[in-house]
Design a protein around this ligand. Structure first.
Ligand SMILES: Nc1nc2c(c(=O)[nH]1)N[C@H]1C(S)=C(S)[C@@H](COP(=O)(O)OP(=O)(O)OC[C@H]3O[C@@H](n4cnc5c(=O)[nH]c(N)nc54)[C@H](O)[C@@H]3O)O[C@H]1N2
Ligand SMILES: Nc1nc2c(c(=O)[nH]1)N[C@H]1C(S)=C(S)[C@@H](COP(=O)(O)OP(=O)(O)OC[C@H]3O[C@@H](n4cnc5c(=O)[nH]c(N)nc54)[C@H](O)[C@@H]3O)O[C@H]1N2
Ligand code: SF4
Ligand SMILES: [Mo]
Length: 687
């Protein structure tokens, strides 16, 4: 028998921001297995099915190895030189004829975890000079950034649970047992949540009794999008006799806030949110008992009509219980690459600018244009070329019906990818880049980590085929456009040490040097808590802003609409509110090969009304389109709600979403609370 030689490379997973330590067993250049690294200081051997599937992702039958361009209507392999020349010539022509704003760029999740590429993509955007920058922010969670600015005076300000001490953690619209957290990674969620529940209380607020609710001490299921009303009830009650030091000295706008939440009596909230008065009493009692608390929100909040309101009132609840930057409450991440505690944090309370011309109601928000504007911008002739850097546009953006023809009409649609999908299939140029096992990395999104820490991994494998580093691709485009690339950027990504050099540039002002990090692999620094820089920033702001006028107006508007909807008697059977859900063996549009099915999760009583049985094929319809899925009857979901996961190629839930339905303060698209009907597939069609 031939002897096999397996080597093991120590690395960390960059599929999600938990960044679990992994050991990659490799035979030749073939990944035999990926397993958890028990010696990793944070994850201690924990992994999830996605991380363990990194080998299969690398050996994906549809992986892209050669650059391709469209010649006579079909994508054909060509060399890097002619392809980059062609892209640069077309970009140059587009910019010269229509101006820099005619080039749109999507900083997709794919390059989001490739720091060296990400930074060079920013340089490419600057070289082009286009404001038409898009990112997952406006299809994921603008509310958090908005509230950071409006209430805390800085968009990147984000409180996170003091898991070591908090007696009450409230999860609203987040399911860390599956997602491993929204903006705060929870690497081994069961461990953390169980520990919180053992010490105190864990409440989950979600229209579905989620996997996280299974570990919680209590679950509450309000109507989608109405979470803010529950919080308003708590705040109304807590403002009576609240700590005057907190309210008087550290916050402003108490009176306006008091007026705003005044209508939210138990009966008002019961009518809007359809929870019971006993639920509200119990939650209030838990809050009073705990004193301090932490509220974690996720995409169930940020994708809903109540996004800004719930996020705002979650902050207010933490502020008035003196839970901000306090033990037993929340702490603020000071950054690792950029150190917020080492300089005077600027006050940024209005992160808006001019937005896309075709959607005058939408601003730019922290430098991003809303993804929902892409179809209209192309249609209007404003965007003529589009650079898709690691995005699965047709599955992630809203309104595939509007988006597909718009993208197909472009002269130039460049996709930088690792695997073929329906977006690469309609691109004019497809550029293969190194996947995470083929490149060294550090953690760019330092502030999403549960610790103040930084990791480094070398590459585990040699790049396959003609794949090139993202940073090199973008630097080559900058050069060809006549822009300046800093002299120290290596000319060739295949030079030994070239990737490491690009990573070391990112750490220039960070808490540790690259050499030290490369040697240690993981560096954590002690957390200062309570952190003086947080209190100093809030003092400069004049105190937490409890009642920003835009939010007061939105509260009136949204609660009036919810009340009207609750009183509507003419709802048709089968008319439901669609909510999003993430699946364990999937990451957005990725990991299809792990076989998660598109299940349409319904309450059995709703299903019975429409004669839908378990496992039967159903049609889900919105005003924008329809998809077919398989019904899963489950009483963990509340009546009137249907939960459908996104990112599936054949039944793409974004055939149902509407690019015109967005939050007008931030341009965030509405993915939760979409009105749909669900019907059993007629037998003749099902056969
Ligand atoms: N209806 C609905 N739509 C949603 C959501 C929802 O809940 N409901 N969720 C939204 C959210 S929260 C987000 S963040 C977005 C995500 O939307 P996207 O940013 O489009 O992210 P993914 O779908 O993960 O697609 C990432 C792509 O990058 C590729 N890729 C993987 N690794 C690499 C790499 O190393 N380099 C490069 N260049 N590419 C790589 C993958 O093959 C994949 O095609 O979708 C949003 N869309
Ligand atoms: N396995 C896996 N992990 C992932 C991803 C993935 O696709 N798969 N995606 C990654 C990405 S890009 C992101 S942004 C994060 C997101 O992380 P999370 O925000 O934790 O996302 P979900 O797991 O979908 O949890 C959202 C929860 O909100 C609930 N919900 C929906 N609408 C409402 C509402 O109106 N109110 C309330 N209270 N709840 C509501 C849903 O039922 C669901 O349980 O996950 C990341 N991690
Ligand atoms: S939780 Fe899963 S996907 Fe996220 S880093 Fe860990 S192994 Fe990777
Ligand atoms: Mo996301």
């Amino acid at each position: 028998m031939a002897e096999t030689l397996i080597r093991t490379e120590r690395s960390y997973c960059r599929v999600c921001t938990s960044q679990c330590g992994i050991l990659v067993d490799i035979e030749g250049e073939h990944v035999v297995r990926v397993r958890g690294d028990k010696e990793h200081p944070v994850s201690r051997g924990y992994t999830c099915p996605k991380g363990r599937a990194l080998g299969e992702a690398h050996h994906h039958p549809r992986r892209i190895e050669r650059p391709m361009m469209r010649i006579d209507g079909t994508l054909q392999p060509a060399g890097w030189e002619p392809i980059l020349d062609d892209i640069a010539a077309k970009l140059r022509h587009t910019i010269d004829t229509y101006g820099p704003a005619s080039v749109g760029i999507f900083f997709g999740s794919g390059i989001g975890m490739d720091p060296a590429a990400y930074r060079m993509a920013e340089a490419l955007q600057a070289a082009i000079g286009t404001p038409a920058k898009f990112s997952p922010l406006t299809i994921d969670g603008t509310a958090k950034t908005l509230i950071g600015s409006l209430v805390g005076g800085f968009p990147g300000f984000s409180p996170r649970p003091d898991y070591e001490r908090a007696d009450l953690v409230i999860y609203i619209g987040t399911n860390p047992m599956i997602s491993h957290g929204h903006t705060v990674a929870i690497p081994n969620p069961a461990l953390t949540i169980k520990a919180s529940a053992a010490r105190g209380e864990v409440w989950v607020i979600d229209p579905r009794r989620s996997e996280t609710a299974g570990f919680a001490t209590r679950h509450l299921a309000p109507r989608p999008g109405t979470d803010y009303a529950v919080l308003a009830y708590l705040i109304r009650a807590l403002l009576e006799g609240a700590d005057e030091t907190v309210l008087g000295e550290r916050a402003i706008g108490v009176e306006a806030l008091r007026l705003a939440v005044d209508p939210f009596t138990a009966s008002h909230v019961v009518e809007i949110a359809d929870v019971t008065p006993a639920d509200l009493d119990d939650l209030l009692a838990s809050v009073r008992k705990a004193g301090r608390l932490a509220v974690e929100t996720g995409t169930g909040v940020t994708m809903s009509v109540g996004a800004n309101l719930t996020q705002w009132l979650a902050w207010v609840l933490m502020i008035i219980t003196d839970s901000m930057n306090r033990p037993g409450g929340t702490w603020f991440h000071p950054g690792f690459v950029n150190c917020f505690d080492m300089f005077e944090l600027p006050l940024i309370t209005a992160p808006f600018g001019p937005g896309p011309k075709s959607r005058p109601e939408l601003p730019s928000f922290v430098g991003d244009w809303p993804c929902a504007a892409v179809p209209d911008e192309i249609e209007a002739g404003n965007i003529r070329a589009f650079l898709n850097l690691g995005g699965s546009l047709l599955r992630s953006f809203p309104d595939s019906h509007a988006l597909r023809p718009a993208l197909e009409s472009l002269d130039l649609l460049v996709t930088v990818e690792i695997t073929e999908n329906e977006t690469s299939a309609i691109s004019s140029h497809v550029l293969p880049t190194r996947d995470q096992l083929e490149r060294p990395d550090i953690s760019l999104w330092d502030f999403l980590s549960p610790n103040v820490d930084m990791q480094y991994t070398p590459a585990s494998l040699k790049p396959v085929g003609d794949r090139r580093a993202g940073w090199w691709i973008f630097a080559e485009l900058i050069r060809r456009l006549g822009g300046e690339v800093p002299a120290d950027v290596p000319a060739d990504d295949r030079e030994p040490g070239a990737d490491d050099h690009m990573l070391s540039r990112i750490l220039a002002y960070s808490r540790c040097g690259f050499e030290q990090l490369a040697e240690k692999r993981y560096i954590e620094v002690a957390r200062e808590f309570p952190a003086p820089w947080v209190d100093a920033h809030v003092a400069r702001l004049g105190g937490w802003q409890l009642a920003p006028p835009q939010l007061l107006a939105q509260l009136d508007e949204v609660s009036a609409a919810h009340l009207a909807a609750a009183r509507r008697l003419d709802r048709l059977p089968g008319s439901l509110l669609l909510i999003p859900r993430r699946q364990r063996r999937k990451l957005n549009a990725q990991f299809d090969f792990l076989g998660e099915a598109l299940d349409v999760m319904l309450n059995p009583e709703d299903a019975a009304l429409s004669a839908i049985g378990e496992g039967s094929e159903v049609i889900v319809r919105s005003t924008r389109g329809e998809i077919v899925g398989v019904a899963r009857l489950d009483d963990s979901i509340r009546r009137g709600v249907v939960s459908v996961p996104h990112g599936h190629p054949d039944a793409n839930v974004n055939m149902l979403s509407d690019a015109q339905v967005v939050d007008t303060i931030t341009g965030m698209v509405r993915y939760s609370g979409i009105e749909v009907s669900v019907e059993a597939m007629p037998l003749t069609m099902a056969q």
